[in-house]
Write a protein that binds this ligand. Structure first.
Ligand code: GMT
Length: 382
């Protein structure tokens, strides 16, 4: 199939997943065209059958807010015509689903159809899409999509609730991981650099947005430090970084915290972690937690949202209510102090990731969904 993929190219789960999906699909013989404003951060090398089309937004003195989604629609329309695309896959509804709908309308005027598949990732539904400035256009563009997927049952239900669209057909296709890239195996060199005195390595990777509750990561870590020699390794960056540094200083743990910034490739580092922390307000899935599990790293995080579909409480990690930092610290200490328990959790984590979420299981679900959407379109046209 010839497939367009529109996504955010920046550090974040939806862009990471969309890029990994494009790479996997290209490896399976599909022709993939990424359409976005910069090279996706995980697209770092050449792949046969995979192309990138940059969306350029001209600057004009009148534009206080340059109209990115218009330029995106134009590029989608162009690429669809030039490369005879069969499907446009929009990752993260805002603004990709709406831009794809506009491109589709332009193509319809020319006698071509371009079925649009929208994958809902999380904050497009649970946060940003519910802002009154975006609610109606998000509802409209999701409902107008020819096929909709959500990365968890939690997100599917949240979508039905948030947009009062209980009868909308949403297919759950979970996020996936490549178990050959994310796998256990500690690199001595990294270990020496991160924990020179054999400290336990506690890791957190995110875009440091409020929803991630990175301050709770520091609080949990401070609790761990009272009992265990440990280092907190932060990967990523974002708006909460300064506040987090200040909190680590206030709690007296800053000297045990390492900030590595926005690294493109995290697999080798993840494999060095003893524990991964994800105490988010809510997670529609928690792709990074899945990558940790695949690396044999148990996860401590919050229940009540999509993370509970990824981490098995008491088996591959521990889940606690949002904000329960003392309980999360206590679970972390329990795991880090008990070598047999940690080993069991680590093996279960790897096993769960491979047996439930490996790319070989999940990517065919997208291929099947594309085929169904295309068949439904053919049937509707008669
Ligand atoms: O909000 C973020 O942290 C980034 C966001 C994104 O779209 O870039 O991540 C969301 O999509 C990921 C991939 O499907 C999910 O694994 C994350 O759970 C989800 N984030 C939230 O729901 C907060």
């Amino acid at each position: 199939m010839r497939i367009g993929i529109a996504c955010y190219p920046t550090y974040g789960g939806s862009g990471a997943l969309a890029t990994e999906l494009g790479i996997e699909l290209a490896a399976r013989g599909h022709e993939i065209h990424f359409i976005t404003y910069a090279q996706p951060f995980r697209l770092t090398s050449f792949h046969e059958g995979l192309f990138f089309h940059e969306v350029e937004v001209p600057h004009y003195p009148l534009f206080e807010y340059p109209p990115y989604s218009l330029a995106l629609s134009v590029q989608m329309h162009e690429v669809a015509r030039k490369h005879d695309l069969e499907i446009m896959h929009a990752h993260y509804a805002i603004p990709h689903a709406e831009a794809a709908w506009v491109a589709k309308q332009m193509l319809l005027r020319e006698g071509r159809d371009l079925p649009v598949v929208t994958t809902l990732h999380g904050t497009d539904i649970t946060l940003v899409g519910q802002d009154p400035s975006f609610w109606s256009i998000t509802k409209f563009s999701v409902e107008q999509s020819d096929g909709i997927t959500a990365v968890s049952n939690y997100l599917k239900e949240e979508t039905h609730k948030a947009f009062v669209c209980g009868d909308l057909d949403i297919r759950v296709v979970p996020n996936f991981v490549d178990p050959e890239i994310y796998k256990p195996g500690r690199d001595d060199c990294h270990l020496r650099a991160l924990a020179p005195h054999g400290e336990k390595i506690v890791m957190h990777i995110s875009n440091f947005r409020k929803v991630k509750r990175v301050d709770d990561v520091v609080r949990i870590f401070a609790g761990i430090c009272r009992e265990i020699a440990a280092r907190l390794v932060f990967i990523g960056d974002g708006p909460e970084r300064a506040a987090v540094t200040e909190l680590a200083e206030t709690l007296g743990v800053l000297e045990h915290v390492v900030f590595l910034g926005k690294l493109e490739s995290v697999a080798e580092l993840l494999a060095c972690a003893d524990l991964f922390l994800l105490p988010s307000e809510q997670e529609s899935f928690g792709l990074v937690a899945l990558e940790a599990l695949a690396s044999g790293v148990p996860v401590i995080g919050t229940g009540g949202s999509g993370l509970a579909e990824v981490v098995d409480d008491g088996i591959t990690g521990f889940l606690h209510p949002v904000g329960a930092v003392d309980d999360m610290a206590a679970s972390a200490i329990r795991l880090l102090n008990d070598a047999a328990m940690w080993k069991r959790f680590s093996a279960e984590a790897r096993d769960a990731a491979v047996s439930r979420f490996s790319a070989d299981l999940i990517v065919p679900m997208y291929e099947q969904f594309y085929r169904e959407v295309l068949a439904a379109g053919r049937e509707a046209r008669g």
